[in-house]
Design a protein around this ligand. Structure first.
Ligand code: ADP
Ligand code: MG
Length: 315
């Protein structure tokens, strides 16, 4: 099967958006940004063996390649619109490409995203997705808006994907709780609706892809602030608690990647409004402070040193 057949069979589907003048099939796509909106552009690559285990199912990869990008749009407060897909494949394996395309397409349709172009080449498996979305001019959520006294919040729960990955790697994947954790790893849910609801409310926002301490660190760097967070307030799922037993490995929610939740800050008078408008549960985990660095305390208020080192932002 030629690259042209692959594109026609698996990456061309009827245009779903009126703002696509010309999609897959020409030398470039023609797209219309609504007046008064800024275009938000994000790109992320998943490389085999680096960003996902080799045996990851193809439909999960199709889902995840788009989901991680939608998560970036969510963190900007943007409404998703279009995507491009650059795919490097070791072989034209139709079963694999069909499953990949299905995983990608079903998530794209769920979020109203049109696939408007891409590139298909042969080589070691690598998937690059670019997404584009809109935000009203001047209203994007950015990393640099955290101020001392703001609360620090996260949507959902932390550490599930990292614990799932540990079990996947160790091949101990039996039981409903581990399956729930693996679903978080393989099929992350981008927090697009939460990002939209946070426009005009959040001071700063970022999506959690590299782990809480690392990503919170980016917000603190951009904002010129520090933070205090408390382990006892970190939201853990029932599955995480059940699989972890009495002594959770705190490095998972603190430093494990692939959560794809949103972290955001709210000025003290904004929390009540956020409780009204956010469509998902969220939890306060700490407070922005003037002094640089991240101070972590445990349930008794004692200083806690994460066992994994290497994060520049930890004092
Ligand atoms: P060109 O040689 O002009 O770059 P290509 O032959 O690479 O064009 O691609 C033909 C058309 O198919 C283009 O519109 C391109 O955007 C689209 N395309 C190629 N690969 C993909 C893909 N994996 N997913 C979606 N569209 C693709
Ligand atoms: Mg090309």
């Amino acid at each position: 099967m030629s690259e042209f057949d692959l594109i026609r069979n698996y990456f061309t589907w009827p245009a779903s958006r009126e703002d696509v003048t010309l999609g897959v099939g020409d030398d470039g796509a023609l797209l219309r940004v609504p007046p008064g909106q800024e275009l938000v552009v994000c790109v992320d690559t998943l490389a085999a063996g680096v960003h996902f285990p080799d045996e990851t199912p193809a439909d999960a990869l199709g889902h995840k390649a788009l989901a991680v990008n939608l998560s970036d749009l969510a963190a900007m407060g943007a409404e998703p619109a279009w995507a491009t897909l650059a795919l490097t494949l070791p072989a034209a394996d139709e079963d694999w490409v069909g499953a990949f395309s299905e995983g990608f397409r079903s998530l794209a349709e769920e979020y109203g995203v049109a696939l408007v172009g891409g590139d298909t080449t042969r080589g070691p498996l690598s998937i690059t997705v670019q997404v584009m979305g809109f935000v009203p001019r001047g209203h994007a959520l950015r990393r640099d808006g955290a101020r001392p006294g703001d609360g620090i919040y996260v949507t959902g729960t932390l550490g599930d994907a990292a614990l799932g990955l540990r079990h996947w790697t160790q091949r101990t994947t039996d039981g409903p709780h581990v399956h729930a954790l693996l679903a978080r790893l393989m099929r992350p849910v981008p927090q697009v609706a939460a990002g939209l609801a946070l426009r005009g409310l959040a001071g700063a926002a970022i999506d959690l892809s590299d782990g809480l301490l690392a990503d919170l660190g980016h917000v603190l760097d951009a904002s010129g602030t520090g933070a205090a967070i408390n382990l006892a307030q970190l939201p853990l799922s029932d599955a995480f608690r059940a699989v972890s037993g009495d002594a959770p490995d705190w490095s998972l929610p603190l430093s494990g990647g692939d959560d794809y939740e949103l972290l955001f800050t709210l000025a003290p008078d904004m929390e009540a409004r956020a409780r009204e408008v956010l469509p998902v549960p969220f939890t306060r985990i700490g407070t922005i402070e003037a002094s640089p660095g991240i101070r972590v305390t445990d349930g008794e208020g004692q200083p806690f040193s994460p066992s994994r080192s290497g994060y520049r932002h930890f004092n």
